[in-house]
Ligand binder design. Structure first.
Ligand code: NAD
Length: 471
């Protein structure tokens, strides 16, 4: 039984002032595995005070000094990769392969930030003036439970590259993952106060960060609903905000695509991270005259999906993070049937033999209309909606008919055609013929999927304030 009783402030592990205890429950068994003591507003005050003090000198560090600290952070995080994988698998039930990729990505994102920092121009010219890009100030980092440490590493390394100091509030549901990260950060030996971590719930610690006058910027990853409340709260102190929010990403299969490859890939993509991924391609848009063929291929693909213990390397879909999320997804599976979509695979209830955990039957709806709630709302579970279209123009119209705009996917045998379609899609990232990732390319949402961008030069600029010097 884990007992996590400390937070990290001013370079030291300390007992929080807060006393609320949160139970850690395994999603695989629904048995209690530990407890975490949560922080409160006073802990946020202490963390902000440390970060403000550290900002005085850290904001003045040179590029070389920041590269040095990033390199140390990278080494410390890379050394903890195996523990990160273990904590992810047991804490929120993501399959082993996903956790391995996510943990190695966490360290790699720090390395990438060094590559971006090396040639980055902190002084530019505009007209006759010099423009200095200066660190924005103390940054509040608020993250979700899914792939928690990779979000923390990406945001933290960008803040360090910019010369900012931080107060991090991870999800209370990722306390075991956070513990590994806290220890790695401590081992990196950064100057005291540069990184502070306060465990806590959103409406206590998260909203204290949102309101705090000592914080200049918030970088948030999470749901659109919480993102909106952070943006509203942040405006009173005119904080800068970067919001990475939800999605309902379209996956357009054009009529010249090789269905035998595209459809199985679409099914496995929709179920990535047990369907709990903001970029999951959950709306599969297919030519209506090939719907029967698509349905047959999707059905064959879903039979290959292996639901089970996430520790087993053969498992492709593990349990959902908690009972509440399980019930929410069950509700959407019921709703899809009530709305008149055809249930092609899966359905309500748990797979046989997996009754103890929050396991969902991998579900596919076909003949879905884009105005149905299952096609408009983020379900965050292994549920795919197949939506037929009659022409390329209609495919684009359906793809864009959503309040979200995080990611989109296009499959076609003709690259120029796919690029032409990509130019009409309202999303921050469009992947052609696969699920590629480029850590140098900006990441973020159009519309209600967010504000601002992360990664690469675009991400770094969000932590900097331009100051014009006119002589
Ligand atoms: P969530 O929005 O419920 O919580 C995210 C974080 O915000 C947690 O740390 C939570 O404690 C905190 N929080 C909650 N209420 C708050 C408040 N009032 N003030 C300040 N902070 C508060 O999201 P979640 O359930 O942890 O994660 C799933 C959501 O995250 C999905 O919607 C998913 O699409 C989104 N997400 C987005 C991205 C992206 O990069 N765009 C990546 C992963 C997840």
């Amino acid at each position: 039984m884990k007992s996590l009783t400390q937070i990290y402030i001013d370079g030291a592990f300390v007992a929080p002032h807060g006393t609320q205890v949160f139970d850690l429950i395994s999603p695989t068994t629904n048995q209690k595995t530990g407890e975490v003591v949560l922080g409160d507003e006073q802990d946020v005050d202490a963390a902000v005070a440390a970060a403000k003090e550290a900002f005085k000198s850290f904001s003045q560090t040179t590029r070389e000094e920041r590269i040095h600290w990033l390199q140390r952070l990278h080494n410390a995080v890379a050394a903890r990769e195996a523990e990160m994988v273990d904590s992810m698998v047991s804490e929120y039930g993501a399959p082993l392969a996903f956790c391995k990729a996510s943990a190695s990505y966490a360290a790699a994102s720090i390395r990438t930030m060094i590559d971006i920092l090396v040639p980055f121009d902190f002084v530019r010219e505009a007209g006759k003036s010099k423009v200095r890009l200066e660190p924005v100030g103390v940054t509040g980092i608020i993250t979700p439970w899914n792939a928690s440490n990779s979000f923390i590493c990406n945001k933290l390394s960008t803040a360090i590259a910019a010369g900012c100091t931080v107060v991090i509030k991870p999800s209370e549901m990722s306390a075991a993952q956070t513990q590994v990260m806290m220890e790695a950060i401590h081992e990196a030996g950064l100057p005291h106060g540069v990184v502070n971590i306060v465990n806590g719930v959103g409406d206590v610690v998260g909203s204290a960060i949102t309101r705090h006058p000592g914080i200049a910027k918030i970088s948030f990853t999470g749901s659109t609903a919480v993102g909106k409340s952070i943006a509203k709260g942040a405006v009173d102190t005119m904080k800068r905000v970067t919001l990475e929010l939800g999605g309902k990403s379209p996956n357009i299969i054009l009529d010249d695509a090789e269905l035998g490859t595209a459809i199985p890939m679409a099914v496995f993509g929709a179920y990535m991270n047990n369907g709990q991924a903001c970029i999951a391609p959950t709306r599969l848009l297919v030519p209506e005259d090939r719907l029967a063929e698509v349905n047959a291929l999707a059905l064959a693909a879903v039979k290959q999906v292996r639901v089970g213990d996430p520790k087993d390397a053969a498992t492709t879909v593990g349990p959902l993070v908690n009972k509440r999320q399980f019930e929410r997804v069950q509700g959407y599976i019921r709703l899809g049937q009530e709305e008149g979509a055809t249930l092609l695979a899966g359905g309500e209830g748990k797979p046989e033999g997996l009754e103890a955990g929050n396991f969902v039957r991998p579900t596919i709806f076909t003949n879905v209309r884009n105005d149905m709630r299952i096609a408009q709302e983020e379900i965050f579970g292994p549920v795919l909606s197949i939506i037929p279209y009659s022409s390329e123009a209609e495919a684009v119209q359906i793809a864009n008919d959503t309040t979200y705009g995080l990611a989109a996917y296009i499959s076609s045998a003709d690259l120029d055609r796919a690029r032409r379609v990509a130019s009409k899609i309202e999303a921050g990232r469009v992947c052609i013929n696969g699920f590629s990732h480029d850590p140098h390319a900006p990441f973020g949402g159009f519309k209600q999927s967010g504000i601002g961008r992360e990664y690469g030069v675009y991400g770094l600029e969000e932590y900097l304030e331009p100051k014009a010097i006119l002589e």
